[in-house]
Design a binder for this molecule. Structure first.
Ligand code: 13P
Ligand code: SF4
Length: 302
């Protein structure tokens, strides 16, 4: 039996739903029930009535799903798929930063561990960070924003707020330099350029739009441009092409790859579903505290 069929059969038997991030391998995206960005995946995890969530993504994403649906079994087929940026700050470091700024409200990017989220007032994703800082926390005297310094710079520019930042970064997005955007524009002069807000400010400054991966997907559908230069992890191009077969997409660089997002394979999805392994477990006290900031974000809407 084909691996797709085996996964489909087991999914029904287990009443499971497969969620995949936009950066996952093409065949993994194709076997998922839903493919999206961090915010969209959190919403799906909160709303699903399945008994089991198989999360094709990295550890913090599966943790977020578990925090939002604690009664469900959440499996991470690639148990070693982490996010290097999420590991750039731990709860102790955040507590020390909070002690230095006792009046500050704390915003945690969703790319953080559950322990770090448990220390924050509000969570955000790349899709809603500007809204969380600019609207939800508009009355805050001071705001700590962790861990991504480049997303923080983007939010500070859009909201006019000065933020207390951490020096974390995504090694995949931070590796992109402005010269690569200029080269891509020279090669495709009529193309629109979209980049992710985890990119450096000198890179976002050259783009037509700076968007979450879900935002890129909407942009690609709505833009009149027939060619689009994509400034994020190349896995998203599979989805963009599928949704817009009449348009052409070009990666800023073919080496724009997150190795952790490529750790999930169909074999691992099948294995985790068959054997119910690689389950996400979070201590209840951490989960409850982490949930508060995520829930505040979801309640605030897009
Ligand atoms: P999105 O929420 O925009 O999909 O981003 C997730 C991520 O990890 C970007 O590197
Ligand atoms: Fe983390 Fe960057 Fe990979 Fe996103 S692309 S999961 S931020 S390392």
């Amino acid at each position: 039996m084909e691996i797709f069929e085996k996964i489909e059969r087991l999914k029904k038997e287990r009443n499971a739903v497969i969620l995949a991030h936009n950066y996952e391998l093409p065949e993994v995206q194709d076997c998922a029930d839903f493919v999206g960005d961090s915010l969209e995946l959190s919403l799906k995890a909160a709303q699903t009535d399945a008994d089991m969530i198989v999360f094709c993504g990295v550890h913090f994403m599966a943790e977020t799903a578990k925090i939002l649906s604690p009664q469900k079994t959440v499996l991470l087929p690639a148990k070693d798929a982490g996010c290097p940026m999420a590991n750039m700050i731990d709860a102790r470091q955040l507590r020390l930063l909070k002690a230095e700024h006792p009046r500050a409200k704390v915003v945690c990017y969703v790319n953080t561990t559950a322990e770090v989220k448990a220390e924050c007032d509000l969570c955000c994703t790349s899709a809603n960070a500007v809204k969380m800082v600019g609207e939800v926390l508009r009355d805050a005297e001071e705001i700590i924003f962790v861990p991504d310094q480049y997303l923080a710079a983007f939010v500070a520019e859009k909201t006019g707020r000065e933020l207390i930042v951490w020096n974390g970064y995504c090694p995949v997005h931070a590796a992109v330099l402005s010269g690569e955007i200029k080269n891509a524009r020279t090669l495709h002069p009529t193309a629109a350029v979209v980049v992710h807000p985890e990119c450096r400010p000198e890179v976002t400054a050259l783009a037509d739009a700076t968007l979450s991966t879900g935002g890129m997907s909407r942009y690609a559908r709505e833009t009149k441009a027939k060619e689009i230069i994509v400034g994020t992890e190349t896995g998203i191009i599979h989805k963009l092409k599928k949704e817009n077969p009449e348009k052409d997409f070009f990666a800023v660089s073919e080496s724009f790859i997150c190795a952790d997002m490529k750790k999930t394979t169909l074999q691992k999805v099948l294995f985790s579903l068959e054997n119910i392994v690689n389950e996400i477990i979070i201590p209840e006290e951490i989960s409850l505290r982490a949930r508060a900031g995520i829930q505040r974000m979801l309640d605030a809407g897009r």
